[in-house]
Design a protein. Structure first.
Length: 233
């Protein structure tokens, strides 16, 4: 309701757009029945325990973060009115779903077999005939899965992504991904350097990498690097 907002605030509808502020999605609250039982389970997963804060009024918050994730999960007492176990299809993105599954099984977690989908949305429906055992043909990115539940039935979905769709950027890259990104950055900086004004490589690298993380193409990121250097002269 942009027009209503403009009228209410007595501001013109065509007022200049404010600068964008980053909004980082950092926490998902999941509903559980027994906080200590859930804490034991998520500890067993090998996730990092960030907090367990009880308060005098009965409120309690527990936070865990999966390895390599920029987003955490919280559960506790007096945190949500959602029914325990009602959080379904929570994505955990992995570069190797078979290795991720093996690691969880090794920790004593019951995990489904690896499967791929032949029908949209089949990953959310355990009884769907759109699930086929095994990895997606040619390790097709986005199509291979495995699932597991916490003690309340909240469902986690492992999804293998090895190559992201255009514009999706890079989020919390692993060592291999970051290594490849640095090599790519080095190559494009090398193309720029012969005709570039005197500068320190770090500024160009930083602008390029941030642009790639935001989903820009390599060519757009190179332009961002050039602007960072030449725009600051």
């Amino acid at each position: 309701m942009a027009t209503l907002s403009a009228v209410t605030n007595n501001e013109p509808a065509n007022k200049g757009i404010a600068p964008r502020v980053d909004m980082k999605f950092e926490v998902v609250v999941i509903p559980v029945a027994d906080v200590d039982r859930s804490k034991e389970f998520y500890t067993k997963l090998g996730w990092r325990l960030d907090a367990d804060f009880p308060f005098d009024n009965g409120f309690r918050v527990v936070q865990f973060t999966p390895p390599g994730s920029g987003c955490s999960v919280q559960f506790g007492i007096q945190m949500t009115t959602a029914a325990p176990g009602s959080a379904q299809g929570l994505y955990l993105i992995v570069s190797d779903v078979e290795a991720a599954r093996k690691g969880l099984v090794g920790r004593g977690i019951e995990v489904s077999e690896v499967f791929h989908t032949t029908r949209p949305g089949a990953q959310f429906r355990p009884d769907s005939n759109g699930r086929v055992s095994g990895l997606a043909p040619d390790h097709r990115s986005y199509f291979s899965f495995a699932t597991f539940n916490d003690p309340d039935g909240n469902t986690w979905l492992l999804q293998e992504i090895t190559e992201r769709l255009p514009g999706r950027g890079l989020s919390n890259p692993d060592v291999a991904t970051l290594t490849e990104l640095l090599r790519e950055t080095e190559q494009h900086h090398g193309d720029y350097e012969p005709t570039a004004p005197k500068h320190h490589w770090s500024g160009w690298y930083a602008a390029y990498i941030v642009a790639r993380q935001e989903g820009k193409t390599a060519e757009e990121a190179a332009k961002a690097g050039k602007l960072r250097i030449e725009g600051s002269l």
